[in-house]
Write a protein that binds this ligand. Structure first.
Ligand code: PLP
Length: 400
């Protein structure tokens, strides 16, 4: 009998973490490495949020809370959904979990039976298909390349729906592409969903606050309130408030679903950290100036990275609407040989050679189910980004 369960064979360890680990090892060995592979803001958590956590410790808010989160936090989340998204969720329709990731995990494990299908637009965050598979579901990907702005169309969605479709999983703005759907684009998708009442929508809005230019963020139930009874709206503090380590994710959903998720969470982690919850109340209810400062910094970096990458021969980079990633094509570099003599057959060859030869860590597109591309996180200081892009240009110029 093998030690590990068969279930575990359905998932692979996160490839983004694998590259970050390799980059860290090279750095520890004394190499000059610029890491653009991580999915987290490079800013510290804002001062007022840290202070709220310290106060919570001093005041003794250090014991178990309700599984679904403290009343104060659920109230703050309901207020956030009302204020930012014009959504009306009652506290019992809110669940707080250990990061957005646990919200996804809870929702899938609580609802999927063997063979249930989950539609996932690709490129996608790699945890989606793995979590669906762990929950015994079947991920069904819809490819959406740069020619369609990395967004699926209504026709593609219609064609992917079957009687076994349980969920459409949307990520808006998207990791890894940064693409975000306008209200009109979302409406085209929700019109399709109205015709298929058995399909639920999971909308992962965790990058909501990070949109640029005159792009206006919109979420599913906001554009189509008739989908409220079969939509889970997920969000969290990780990306907007530079709080990845605090582990706060949350969702608004119909009570039948939040109850089912609460039941599952009560037998796994119980509540997320009481201290993090107190900090999250301050994040949501307190001043939002730091969010805007970070957003503006990300926008400047996006513009810098897109323009420098497009000067590298063989690279083509769209300008994304949001998040802190770009997802350029490296197809023009494949089939070539690096200065050090490495032949680049795949996107993975490309990112590994770029790491070895120029010390820039990125993630290959295949890790997001979209070969021929790479993901660059621009959550790094401007000078570092400038230097990294100059190295990428040099690397590409050296190919033949
Ligand atoms: N959803 C997307 C699209 C993400 O990129 C991430 C983190 O990388 C998460 C969810 C998970 O967020 P959390 O750290 O709150 O679990």
């Amino acid at each position: 009998m093998s030690l590990t369960a068969e279930r575990l064979n359905k998932v692979s360890p996160s490839q983004t973490i694998a590259i970050s680990t390799k980059a860290r090892e090279m750095k520890a060995a004394g190499r000059d490495i610029i890491s653009l592979s991580a999915g987290e803001p490079d800013f510290p958590t804002p001062r007022n949020i840290k202070d709220a956590a310290i106060r919570a410790i001093e005041e003794g808010q250090t014991l178990y809370t309700d599984v679904s989160g403290t009343p104060a936090l659920r109230k703050a989340v309901a207020a956030k959904f009302g204020r930012d998204n014009r959504l009306d969720y009652k506290p019992e329709e809110i669940i707080v979990s250990t990061g957005g990731k646990q919200v996804i995990f809870n929702a899938m494990v609580a609802t999927l039976d063997k063979g249930d299908e989950v539609i996932i637009p690709a490129p996608c965050w790699v945890s989606y298909p793995d979590i669906v598979a762990l929950a015994d579901g079947t991920p069904v990907t819809i490819p959406a390349g740069p020619n369609q702005g990395f967004k699926i169309t209504a026709e593609q969605l219609e064609a992917a729906i079957t009687p076994r479709t349980k969920w459409l999983m949307l990520n808006n703005p998207c990791n890894p592409t940064g693409a975000a759907y306008t209200a009109e684009e979302l409406k085209a998708l929700t019109d399709v969903l109205l015709r298929h009442p058995h399909v639920w929508v999971f909308t992962d809005d965790i990058y909501e606050k990070l949109v640029y230019g005159d792009f206006k963020f919109a979420t599913v139930v906001e554009v189509e309130p008739r989908l409220r009874d079969r939509t889970l709206t997920m969000n969290g503090c990780s990306k907007a408030y530079a709080m990845t380590g605090w582990r706060i994710g949350f969702a608004g959903a119909p009570v039948a679903l939040t109850k089912a998720m609460d039941k599952l969470q009560s037998q796994s982690t119980s509540n997320t950290s009481s201290i993090s919850q107190a900090a999250a109340v301050e994040a949501l209810n307190g001043p939002q100036d730091d969010v805007e400062t970070m957003r503006q910094a990300f926008e400047r970096r996006r513009d810098l990275v897109v323009s420098m990458l497009n000067e590298a021969p063989g690279i083509h980079c769209n300008t994304p609407e949001g998040a802190f990633y770009v997802f350029p094509s490296v197809q023009g570099c494949l089939g070539k040989t690096t200065k050090a003599g490495k032949r680049l057959e795949t996107d993975e060859d490309f990112v590994l050679a770029l790491l070895e030869e120029e010390g820039v860590a990125t993630v290959h597109g295949s890790a997001f189910l979209f070969p021929g591309y790479m993901r660059i996180s621009y959550a790094a200081a401007e000078e570092q980004l400038r230097e990294a892009c100059a190295r990428i240009q040099r690397f590409c110029q050296g190919l033949n």
